[in-house]
Design a protein around this ligand. Structure first.
Ligand code: NAP
Length: 319
C-alpha cells in the first residue's frame, strides 16, 4: 500500500498493458502496472502466434508476453501481479484498490482485456475441470486418444480444434450455423485435418455426467431434433466478453460492456484511458492491442503534461 500519488497506473498485464507500460516508462512516467493473477492475459492460453510481426518462425504466447514484460521492466516499469478489486474515479488522483491495499494515480490506463464466454448451462459450470474446458492449451493433454467436441465456428474454435488433434483421437466441431466465421486459412486447416469432423446447425442444450463429462445433448436448430452425443471432453470456444465489471459505475460502455473511447484512447473520464480488447470488439488481436497500449500511454503523457501546465499557470496567476 502506498499514499504516494503515481503519475500513471496501468491495470492489466496483456499486450496492451505491457506496451502502455513500456511507452510510459520510456517517457519517464515511472508506471505502476497491476498485471493481475492471470498476468499475460489471453496469450498465455494460446500456442503459436504466427501473426505477430517480427517473429517469422512464430512465437509461443507465453514467451511473447514474458518478452513484453521484461522490455517494460528494463525501462523502469514496476509490475505487480495483483488483482484490482475496485476503482474510484470520482476525484483526481484516482483511487485504485487492490487485494493488497489502495493506490493513487494522476492517470489510469485500463487494459484488462476480455475472457472466454461460456454457454451458460448449469451442468457446464458444474463440470468445468472435469471434462469441460475453455482452454485447449491448458487442458488438451488430459484427452490423449479421446474424443472431444469443440463448440464454436470462429478462429478460436478452429485453433482449439487444431491444437487438440495433437492429443485427441477425434475432434468434432459443433457450430450453430452452416458456415464458419473463422478466417479462410484457419477454416482450411481444420477442413484438411483428418481428425476433425463437423456437426452443423447444432447447439448444445445440456451437458451430461455426474463425476465427469460423459456426453452432451445436442439440438439441431433446423429440425429441432435432440440427440445425445458421447464425448470425453467439451471445449467451449464461442468468443469473449470484456473484463469491465469493476468499471461499470464510472465508464461509458456499449451494450456488451466494451469501454467506449471518447477522444482518441480517453474514456468519458478525463485522465482515464482504455486500450486493447477491453475497448475493442472489432479487431481483438495481440498486435492491435499492443498498438492501442502505445496510443494510450502517449495520450496519457500528453494529457498529464497539459493538465500540469494549466495547473502551474493557474497557481502563478493566483500569486
Ligand atoms: P468470434 O469470432 O466472435 O466467434 C465466436 C463463434 O462462436 C462464432 O462462430 C459464433 O457463432 C459462436 N457462438 C457465439 N455464441 C455462441 C453460443 N452461445 N452458442 C454457440 N455458438 C456461439 O470469437 P473468436 O473465435 O474467439 O475470435 C475472436 C477474435 O480473435 C477474432 O477477431 C479472431 O479472428 C481472433 N482470433 C484469431 C486467431 C488466429 O488468427 N490464430 C485465433 C483466435 C482468435 P456465429 O458464427 O453464428 O456468430
Amino acid at each position: 500500500m502506498s499514499e504516494e500519488v503515481r503519475n500513471i497506473i496501468i491495470i492489466g498485464g496483456g499486450p496492451a498493458g505491457y506496451t502502455a507500460a513500456l511507452y510510459a516508462a520510456r517517457a519517464g512516467m515511472k508506471p505502476l502496472v497491476f498485471a493481475g493473477y492471470e498476468a499475460g492475459g489471453q496469450l498465455m492460453l494460446t500456442t503459436e502466434i504466427e501473426n505477430f510481426p517480427g517473429f517469422p518462425q512464430a512465437i509461443k504466447g507465453p514467451d511473447l508476453m514474458m518478452r513484453m514484460r521484461q522490455q517494460a521492466e528494463r525501462f523502469g516499469a514496476e509490475i505487480q501481479d495483483f488483482n484490482v478489486t475496485s476503482v474510484d474515479f470520482s476525484n483526481r488522483p484516482f483511487k485504485i484498490t487492490t487485494d493488497w491495499g489502495e493506490y493513487f494515480a494522476k492517470a489510469v490506463v485500463i487494459a484488462t482485456g476480455a475472457s472466454a464466454k461460456w454457454l451458460g448451462l448449469e451442468n457446464e459450470q458444474r463440470l468445468i475441470g472435469r471434462g469441460v474446458s475453455s482452454c485447449a492449451t491448458c487442458d488438451g493433454a488430459f484427452f490423449k486418444d479421446k474424443h472431444v467436441a469443440v463448440i464454436g465456428g470462429g478462429d478460436s474454435a478452429m485453433e482449439e480444434a487444431l491444437y487438440l488433434t495433437n492429443h485427441a483421437s477425434r475432434v468434432t466441431i459443433i457450430h450453430r450455423r452452416d458456415k464458419l466465421r473463422a478466417s479462410q486459412i484457419m477454416q482450411q486447416r481444420a477442413f484438411d485435418n483428418e481428425k476433425i469432423d463437423f456437426i452443423w446447425n447444432t447447439v448444445v442444450v445440456d451437458v451430461i455426467g455426474e463425476e465427469k463429462l460423459e456426453a452432451i445433448k445436442l439440438k439441431n436448430v433446423k429440425t429441432g431434433e435432440e440427440t445425445t452425443f458421447k464425448v470425453d471432453g467439451m471445449f467451449v470456444a464461442i468468443g469473449h466478453k470484456p473484463n469491465t465489471e469493476i468499471f461499470k459505475d464510472w465508464l461509458e460502455m456499449d451494450s456488451v460492456g466494451y469501454i467506449i473511447r471518447k477522444e482518441f484512447t480517453m474514456t468519458n473520464i478525463p485522465g482515464v484511458f482504455a486500450a486493447g480488447d477491453v475497448a475493442d470488439a472489432r479487431y481483438r488481436q495481440a498486435i492491435t492491442a499492443a498498438g492501442m497500449g502505445a496510443q494510450a500511454a502517449i495520450d496519457a503523457e500528453r494529457w498529464l503534461g497539459e493538465i500540469e501546465f494549466a495547473e502551474e499557470q493557474a497557481a502563478k496567476a493566483s500569486q
